[in-house]
Each structure stands twice: as C-alpha cells, then as structure tokens.
Design a protein around this ligand. Structure first.
Ligand code: NAP
Length: 270
C-alpha cells in the first residue's frame, strides 16, 4: 500500500495539517486526497495545495493507508464511519481529530479490529512546534503513525483519560502565552516605552528565557535566584507578582479550559 492520506472533511484543521505536511515534505500533494461536503472547500484546497479532490470517496478509501476524520463532532459521524467500514482497507489506520469523540465510540461505529488513533492536534502546525496529544487503540502502531504526526509538529502519546487535561493545558496553551505577551507589552508601554520596542523586547525575552531553561536545565526558581540581588530592581518587581493572583489566575484559567473540554466531550457523547 502506498503512502497515501485521505481526509474526510477539509475544514480549517485539516487544511492546517495539509499545509504542514506539504511544507515538511512528508507527503506530496498527489498523495493527499480530500473529500468535503462543501465543494468550495475542495476547490480551495486543490487550487491552493494541488491536493486531489476529484476522486470518488469509495475509490480513495480503498487506496489510503491513513484516513483522517476531520469533520465536526456534530456532523454525521456514524455515516462517515459506515463509509470507512465498507470501503477502507483493513490495513488503513483511522486518525480522528474530532474533539470529544472517544476511541470506544469509533470502535463501535467502525465495528472492526481497526487501528484507530485519537489525535488532539496542536494549532501551531505552521511553526513545526507545539505538541499534538495522541491516544492509540490496541491495533494502532506508534512507529507507523509518528512520521505522519510529526509532519505537523511534535507528538506526545498519552493515555486517553488525559485527553481533556491535555486539550485545556496543551492545545489551548498558545492562548496563555499570547495573553501573557500582550499583558507584558502593555506593561512596557505603561512604563513609557514605544509599543514597537516593548513588543520586540518581550518576544526576545520570551524566546531567550525558554532557551535559558532548555540549555541550562535549571529550574525557573534557580534562574530567578541568580537574577535577583538583595533589595534589587527585579526582586521588587517580583514581590508585586508574588502578592498578586497571577499564578492562581493562570491555574484557574487552565482548569476552566479543561472543565469546558470535558463538558463539551460529554455533550458529544450524548
Ligand atoms: N480548528 C481547530 O483549531 C481544531 C483544533 C483541534 C481539533 N479540531 C477538530 O477538528 C475537526 C474539524 O474542525 P474544523 O475547525 O476544521 O471544522 P470546519 O472548518 O468546520 O471543517 C469541517 C468540514 O467538514 C465538512 N464535512 C462535514 N461532514 C462531512 C462529511 N460527512 N464528509 C465530508 N466532509 C464533511 C464540512 O462541510 P460543511 O461545512 O458543508 O458541513 C466542513 O467543510 C473538529 O472535529 C474539531 O473538533 C479543530
């Protein structure tokens, strides 16, 4: 079976994955097929990425070794699975990116001993960074899947029970960073710096601080201790953060995102 990925549903998330797979040369455009109910989406994907959208779904399903279910949770997943059940090769791995739908639900709908991966894709696909969380069923093979999954960022394999926590913390993760940077830049402006300068300095400090953590292997507390002399500028600034709701507010934000993920998953399971 040749390396061929078929996407059922060519919406925003599938498009982001396709763009990264092509950019990272994991697939050629003629090894990517897509079917979408919305013909304008198919046309857009063919015009933009030269992927194949004019074949019959039954035919491409027999050829694909990877089948990505990229429709929304509220779409007709049972019919999608019935079509896969009828036409896909037994050797194909089914990759669901559908939020809130469990491996057990797919196993029931697909009614077979198929390899299934439930992927919570990260949204930093254009950068090659960010972790997707992946849970596999008993028939799926990590070594077969990782080249595909690494084609749109980094991958961490997790127990399915951690998917909601992973979604609220990891996939929603760029939100926290964007918000932090925005708040920090405003602080620079408040202190009198031009916004452009505040922006550049904040981004450089962000990237540099991450590099320091990675390169030194030190805990943030150790770097804070090195940076902050007695009664110094940094220590005075940090005292205000210590006395604020900063840490607890951030942690509440993550817990709320996890809680909301679980609420939505339960609704999809109804
Ligand atoms: N966007 C994200 O950042 C993100 C992140 C993580 C996970 N996800 C998951 O990724 C999935 C897709 O999200 P999205 O944002 O890409 O949604 P989207 O942009 O709305 O795309 C879904 C597409 O699937 C099409 N579709 C629906 N039923 C279909 C079927 N039976 N066969 C073929 N195509 C069908 C829809 O067509 P119509 O509009 O004509 O119905 C639509 O074009 C969701 O399950 C979501 O939970 C998304």
């Amino acid at each position: 079976m040749r390396n061929h990925v078929h996407f059922i549903g060519g919406g925003q998330m599938s498009e982001a994955i396709i763009r990264a797979l092509l950019k990272n040369r994991v697939f050629n455009s003629n090894n990517i097929t897509v079917t979408d109910l919305n013909k304008e989406r198919e046309q857009h994907l063919t015009e933009t990425y030269q992927v194949v959208t004019d074949q019959k779904e039954e035919d491409v399903l027999t050829q694909a070794n990877l089948i990505v279910i990229g429709v929304r949770p509220q779409d007709d997943l049972k019919t999608v699975c019935q079509t896969i059940y009828e036409h896909a090769s037994d050797q194909a791995t089914i990759v669901s990116i559908v939020a809130g739908v469990t491996i057990a639900q797919f196993e029931a709908w697909l009614d077979s001993d198929r390899a299934i991966a439930r992927v919570i894709p990260n949204t930093l696909t254009d950068t090659g960074r960010g972790y997707s969380g992946v849970a596999l069923n008993a028939y799926a093979n990590q070594a077969d899947l990782d080249p595909f999954l690494n084609g749109f960022g980094k991958v961490t394999h997790i127990d399915e029970a951690l998917i909601d926590a992973f979604t609220g913390y990891g996939v929603a993760g760029p939100n926290y960073i964007y918000y932090f940077i925005e708040s920090l830049v405003d602080a620079g402006v408040l202190a009198g710096l031009p916004r452009d300068m505040a922006w550049e300095v904040a981004l450089e400090n962000m990237v540099g601080a991450v590099e320091m953590l990675n390169e030194s292997g030190k805990h943030p507390r150790q770097l804070l201790d090195i940076n902050n002399s007695p009664a110094g500028v940094g220590m005075n600034g940090l005292h205000q953060l210590n006395a604020s709701d900063f840490a607890a507010g951030l942690q509440r934000s993550v817990l709320k995102a996890v809680e909301r993920t679980t609420e939505l998953s339960n609704q999809e399971g109804d």
